[in-house]
Design a protein around this ligand. Structure first.
Ligand code: UGA
Length: 369
C-alpha cells in the first residue's frame, strides 16, 4: 500500500513488535515495487506498558532506533531522532543496526518475564520451606545489579506481549539451530503455566479436594490493574481450572465486561489472537459463571475468594463484611499478595498467599496434583 501511494522517498518506521528480520521483508517488498522511489526502513520498538502508557511515552527510559548502517540509513535514523529530541533527552535516544533493534525488543520482554518466572519459582520453594517470598525479593532486589522492580510473585504473568514475544524468540532460536537456547527461554513460559496450575491445585486441595458445586468469588479478571485487557490473563487459566472441577464462579472486575469474560472462558486457548470477525458472534455462555458489578455481591455466600488482579480497591474492601456473608470455613486465595494476611486470619479467614508461610490449614496438603 505504501509503495502504491508514495510519490517521493519515504522513511518507514516499524513500531509494532515483530519477528526479527521483518524490516528486511518490508524493505524487499518496497524496493521491488519502488518505481525509482527510495525507502529507508527503521525499527523503533515500543516499550510502553499498559496502564502507564502516557507516562512511558512522555518520559521513556530509552528510545531505540535501528536502521541500516549506510549513509542513507544513518540520515533516516537522524530524522527520527530529531522528532524524539523534541521531548526526550538525547542521551536516552540510542541507535543500533536493524536486527539489534528488533531483537532488543524481544529480549527486553523475555528478561522481564524471566524475572517474574524466577521469583514465582522461588515462591514455590518459600511455601515449602517457610520463607516469605516478599522478604526474599526485597533482599535480592536491594542489590543494585538486580534491582527491586518486577519481582512481585504472582499467580503468573499475562498480557498480549510476554508469552508471544518469548515464543517468537524460541522460534528464532530453533530456526537458527539453537535448541538449548530455545529450551532455556521456553522454561520461562513453563514456570508461568506451573504457577497457574499450582494456584488452582492449592485452592482445590485446601477446600477438601473438590470445588464441585461450590461458589467461588473471582476478584479481578484483567491481566493487571488499571486495564480492562484480558489477553493471556492468568484468570482465564485459573477460572477454566476451577470450572473443570465444576465450581460455580462469580466474577467481578472493575473494568472487564461480562461479554468479554464469557468470550474468554468459552474460547479455546490462543483464539484471542484471531481477528474479531473470525470469533464466534455470540459464544454460548458458560453456565456456571456469573459476572457481577460489585465485590460484595461476588463474595456473598461464597466458599472461597480468589484475588487474581491487583486492583487497588481489593486492598481496602471491608473483609469483615465479606467474611460475615460467606460460607464457613471461609477461604481467601490471594494470587497477587495484596491482602494483609494477619488481619484476615484474625477475622477468621483461612488465607493462602503466593510464596508466604502457609496457613496451618494448608500444611501437609499437596500443592501439585
Ligand atoms: C510489557 C512490558 O513491560 C513493556 O515494556 C512492553 O512495551 C510491553 O509489554 C509490550 O511489549 O507492548 P505490559 O504487557 O503492558 O508491558 O505489562 P507489564 O506491566 O509488563 O505486566 C505483564 C504481566 O506481568 C502482568 O500480568 C503483571 O501482572 C505481571 N507482573 C508484573 C507480575 O506478575 N509481577 C511483577 O513483579 C510485575
Amino acid at each position: 500500500m505504501i509503495a502504491d501511494v508514495s510519490k517521493s522517498s519515504k522513511i518507514v518506521v516499524e513500531k509494532s513488535t515483530v519477528p526479527v528480520k521483518t524490516a528486511e521483508a518490508i524493505e524487499k517488498i518496497l524496493t521491488h515495487n519502488s518505481r525509482g522511489i527510495k525507502y529507508q526502513i527503521l525499527s523503533n520498538p515500543e516499550f510502553l506498558a499498559e496502564g502507564t502508557a502516557i507516562q512511558d511515552l512522555f518520559k521513556p527510559e530509552r528510545v531505540l532506533i535501528g536502521g541500516r548502517e549506510t549513509p542513507d540509513g544513518q540520515k533516516a535514523i537522524q530524522a527520527l531522532k530529531d522528532v524524539y529530541a523534541q521531548w526526550v533527552p538525547e542521551d536516552r535516544i540510542i541507535s543500533t543496526n536493524l536486527w539489534s533493534a528488533e531483537l532488543s525488543k524481544l529480549a527486553a520482554n523475555a528478561f522481564l518475564a524471566q524475572r517474574i518466572s524466577s521469583v514465582n519459582a522461588m515462591s514455590a520453594l518459600c511455601e515449602a520451606t517457610g520463607a516469605d517470598v516478599s522478604q526474599v525479593s526485597h533482599a535480592v532486589g536491594m542489590d543494585t545489579r538486580i534491582g527491586p522492580k518486577f519481582l512481585n510473585a504472582s499467580v503468573g504473568f499475562g498480557g498480549s506481549c510476554f508469552q508471544k514475544d518469548i515464543l517468537n524468540l524460541v522460534y528464532i532460536c530453533e530456526c537458527n539451530g539453537l535448541p538449548q537456547v530455545a529450551n532455556y527461554w521456553k522454561q520461562v513460559i513453563k514456570i508461568n503455566d506451573y504457577q497457574k496450575n499450582r494456584f488452582v491445585n492449592r485452592l482445590v486441595s485446601s477446600m477438601f479436594n473438590t470445588v464441585s458445586g461450590k461458589k467461588i468469588a473471582i476478584l479481578g479478571f484483567a491481566f493487571k490493574k488499571d486495564t480492562g485487557d484480558t489477553r493471556e490473563t492468568p484468570a482465564i487459566d485459573v477460572c477454566k481450572g476451577l470450572l473443570g472441577d465444576k465450581a460455580c464462579l462469580s466474577i467481578y472486575d472493575p473494568q472487564v465486561t461480562e461479554d468479554q469474560i464469557q468470550r474468554d472462558l468459552s474460547m479455546n486457548k490462543f483464539n484471542w489472537d484471531h481477528p474479531i470477525h473470525l470469533q464466534p458472534i455470540s459464544p454460548s455462555s458458560v453456565k456456571q459463571v456469573s459476572v457481577v458489578w460489585d465485590a460484595y455481591e461476588a463474595t456473598m455466600d461464597a466458599h472461597g475468594v480468589c484475588i487474581l488482579t491487583e486492583w487497588d480497591e481489593f486492598k481496602t474492601l471491608d473483609y469483615q463484611r465479606i467474611f460475615d456473608n460467606m460460607q464457613k470455613p471461609a477461604f481467601v486465595f490471594d494470587g497477587r499478595n495484596i491482602v494483609n494476611v494477619d488481619k484476615l486470619r484474625e477475622i477468621g479467614f483461612i488465607v493462602y498467599s503466593m510464596g508466604k508461610p502457609l496457613d496451618p490449614w494448608l500444611k501437609d496438603m499437596p500443592a501439585v496434583a
